[in-house]
Structure formats: structure tokens, C-alpha cells
Design a protein around this ligand. Structure first.
Ligand SMILES: Nc1ncnc2c1ncn2[C@@H]1O[C@H](COP(=O)(O)OP(=O)(O)OP(=O)(O)O)[C@@H](O)[C@H]1O
Ligand SMILES: [Mg+2]
Length: 346
């Protein structure tokens, strides 16, 4: 199949709900995303808006009692070797329909799409050396590899991610490494099989600012070397401005606005995106400005507002419209989509 837009993953109307005793949490409730080959997409939004659940849904590792209830996750997989830009022969696999424990999904997870988890230490076991964990991971995905070759490859990978003297470091346990070195090892593990997409869920939140900058630079460097796409989940709009080609702003399980990074920062149309941008601290000389926070609170997940889920906090709320019917994403300029009655005038 031809793939004119260089798509890698297209999430369509994805709904992932958690069926709890107290009711249903609609963690992801109609998310649409397009991730292009080799690009970085930044996913931003306040805590609880469904960023991690969306990522877990793509990898089919949503925890019980959650499950995908609707939608598609189309993965454009090159049929020929490699996943570099320009290749034009694809099969499209709907990951939402695969058996999450089946062989096909296990082949894709960790090998073609890999993830750095939000809790960094949950990716490393305290009981095994770094070398052992990365080599095991390699052996899991590449059965033909010998143990010796896996260890050699582990050393290469650790060198690639900037760990000094990797031939000695492979014998270290995670507690012997700094936070930055642990994160480098986790990145080494995630890129070991040369994935076509790396999902990085808050990859630098636990790190100090200098280490954060180094890890982001490392990710960019790896992207250049390997040609992988990055889905970068973060609270930090500064990180997004630095790293992303495209940005999707999420609110309460839906996408409020998607555009390229320049349009998000200079021509935001959704009142929620505008509010998020106003909440970034500015380093301006002169008078100390009060830091803006977004009015109101994210609603209780069991009580989603009617109509547009953002309307109770919105500065541009139109009574009788915004509280009655949910808007959908509308393309207002090429590649710029907004889900807002006020912005699209529908
Ligand atoms: N295992 C679970 N069981 C029940 N509800 C869950 C579970 N995991 C997530 N949720 C709910 O789904 C919603 C979205 O959660 P998610 O973790 O995706 O948010 P997030 O955008 O990643 O937030 P953060 O920025 O804090 O990481 C939240 O309301 C959360 O409480
Ligand atoms: Mg999260």
C-alpha cells in the first residue's frame, strides 16, 4: 500500500476506559493522532488527561480493569527491510485489533515500537546488572543472537548512549549508577532493536536541569542516527518547543489541538492551548509577573462535563453550544486541527 504522508502510526477515535466498581473512567475518549516517520510529536496536557494511557494503548499494555473499547491504532509497517523515509511499500496493521498477548503484538512491542516509562526505575530491576538486563532484552527479541554477541552489542549500545567505559559498567547494578546514567541505560535498552518509534513518557522529569538537557540531546542524536519517530509525552512546554516537530494538546482524554510546533506556539486557537501557554513562566526583566494558572480544576474523572469537556474552565465559552455538544477536530489550516466551537465557528 502507498503511504503518501509518511505516516507511521495513526490513532483514530481511540477510546480506552477503566471499568471500576465506582463507575467508568473514560481515560481516553476519542483520541486522534498522526505520527509521521522519523518525526517527533509532543503530547502535552495536564496530569490525568490520558497521555500515558494513550501510550500504553498503542503498545497494548493497558492495565486491568482498563481496555480499548473503540477506535483504531494503525501501524504502517514497511514490508521491505528498514523503516527509513522514502520506502513506499507498507502493510497497515490495526494494533487495537491484535491479541495483546499474541506473537504479532509481542514482536512489535519493544522491537518496532518501544517505550521509556514514566517511572524510570520501574524499567530497571535492582537485582540484575545493567549489562545483564540489556543483553536479556536483546536475546528476547533476537533469538539467533548468541549470549556473547548480545553482551558485545550491549557494550556498543552503552557506548552509543554516552556511558563511559561500558565494558566495566555492564557489571554495575542500577543503584551504582546516577539518575542520568540509569536513564541512558534505559534509552539503550529501548533503542536496542532499532525501533521505528520510541515512546518517551516524561523521560526527564526525575532529572536535574543539566542532565535533562543531556538526555534530550541524546534522544535527538539517537533519532538522527536511527531515523526513529519519537512520541514525547511531557508537561513541559519548553521541552516540546525544543524537541517536537508536531504537537498534540490533550485535555480529559481527547485532543484539543494539533499542529506543527510553530503554529502551537505562535498561532494557538484552542482556549486550553492558549491557557497552557500563558501558564509558562517568562524570564522577562522588569516587573515580576504573577504566574498564571488555568482557572478551575480538572474535573473528577467520573463526572465528565457535558458538551465540550473544557467548557467549565473556558474563557471563550458559548452558552447553549459548548455545554450541549462535544466539538470534533476541524482542520482550520493545513495540518492544524482544533476541537472547539468558538475557534472553528461551527
Ligand atoms: N490503572 C488504572 N486504573 C484506573 N484508572 C486509571 C488507571 N491508569 C490511569 N487511570 C486514569 O486514567 C486517566 C488518565 O491517566 P493517565 O495516566 O493517562 O494520565 P497522564 O496524562 O499520563 O497524567 P500524568 O501527567 O500525571 O502522567 C486518569 O484519570 C487516571 O486516574
Ligand atoms: Mg502519565
Amino acid at each position: 500500500m502507498e503511504n503518501p504522508n509518511d505516516l507511521l502510526v495513526e490513532v483514530k477515535d481511540l477510546k480506552t476506559h477503566f471499568f471500576m466498581n465506582q463507575g467508568v473512567v473514560k481515560a481516553v475518549d476519542g483520541v486522534n493522532l498522526k505520527i509521521k516517520r522519523g518525526n517527533t510529536i509532543g503530547i502535552v496536557g495536564e496530569s490525568g488527561c490520558g497521555k500515558s494511557v494513550t501510550a500504553r494503548a498503542i503498545l497494548r499494555i493497558v492495565e486491568h480493569p482498563g481496555r480499548i473499547v473503540e477506535g483504531e491504532i494503525n501501524f504502517w509497517r514497511p514490508i521491505a527491510e528498514g523503516h527509513t523515509k522514502g520506502s513506499n511499500n507498507y502493510e497497515v496493521i490495526n494494533l487495537a485489533k491484535l491479541d495483546e498477548r499474541g506473537q504479532e503484538m509481542r514482536n512489535i512491542r519493544g522491537r518496532e515500537i518501544s517505550m521509556i516509562f514514566q517511572e524510570p526505575m520501574s524499567s530497571l530491576s535492582p537485582f540484575y546488572t545493567i549489562g545483564n538486563q540489556i543483553a536479556e532484552n536483546l536475546l528476547l527479541h533476537q533469538e539467533s543472537l548468541t549470549k556473547e554477541r548480545a553482551l558485545e552489542r550491549t557494550i556498543e549500545l552503552l557506548r552509543l548512549v554516552g556511558i563511559p567505559r561500558p565494558e566495566l559498567r555492564i557489571n554495575d547494578y542500577p543503584f551504582q549508577l546516577s539518575g542520568g546514567m540509569c536513564q541512558r541505560s534505559i534509552i539503550a535498552m529501548a533503542i536496542a532493536c532499532n525501533p521505528s518509534m520510541l515512546i518517551a513518557d516524561e523521560p526527564t522529569t526525575a532529572l536535574d536541569v543539566t542532565t535533562q538537557a543531556q538526555i534530550l540531546a541524546l534522544m535527538q542524536d539517537m533519532q538522527e542516527k536511527l531515523g526513529m519517530a519519537i512520541m514525547l509525552i511531557t508537561h513541559d512546554l519548553g521541552v516540546v518547543a525544543e524537541m517536537a516537530d508536531d504537537v498534540s494538546v490533550m485535555y480529559l482524554g481527547r485532543v484539543a489541538e494539533t499542529a506543527n510546533v510553530d503554529a502551537i506556539f505562535h498561532d494557538a486557537r484552542h482556549p486550553y492551548t492558549k491557557a497552557l501557554l500563558r501558564s509558562i513562566p517568562k524570564v522577562s526583566g522588569g516587573v515580576r509577573e504573577r504566574l498564571n494558572s488555568i482557572r478551575g480544576m480538572v474535573p473528577d474523572p467520573f463526572n465528565r462535563p457535558e458538551g465540550c469537556v473544557f467548557h467549565p474552565r473556558c474563557d471563550e465559552f458559548i452558552p447553549g453550544i459548548c455545554d450541549k455538544q462535544a466539538p470534533t477536530l476541524v482542520e482550520i489550516a493545513p495540518g492544524h486541527h482544533v476541537s472547539c466551537w468558538a475557534a472553528t465557528g461551527n
